[in-house]
Unconditional design. Structure first.
Length: 114
């Protein structure tokens, strides 16, 4: 299983971005996909997850500003983030849980700065 994330970059405070992560390989139709982030000097933390059935879960820090979605036919998960803050600056990783195993993407840098 491989995951390819894209969509990071430099965004001004208050701006928006959309991250994408495409998974390929042997993937069960029942799986969990999500986004995590790791800021410099901090532990990796949950941003949001979504089941193959569409149930979502968000970290409190992004709950009102983020929307996670997925395209099951493409095994792709998306993260739309609005009203970005400097504290959202981090490397964002996508994660896929399938066949009782966890797989991680390579990470994409998001920098929120003026």
């Amino acid at each position: 299983v491989q995951l390819q994330a894209s969509g990071g970059g430099l965004v001004q405070p208050g701006g928006s971005l959309r991250l994408s992560c495409a998974a390929s390989g042997s993937i069960s139709s029942i799986n969990l996909m999500g986004w995590y982030r790791q800021a410099l000097g901090k532990q990796r933390e949950l941003v949001a997850t979504i089941t193959s059935g569409g149930t979502t879960n968000y970290a409190d820090s992004v709950k009102d500003r983020a929307t996670i979605s997925r395209d099951n036919a493409k095994n792709t998960v998306y993260l739309q983030m609005n009203s970005l803050k400097p504290e959202d600056t981090a490397v964002y990783y996508c994660k896929l849980t399938t066949h009782w195993k966890n797989y991680w993407g390579q990470g994409t840098q998001v920098t929120v700065s003026s």
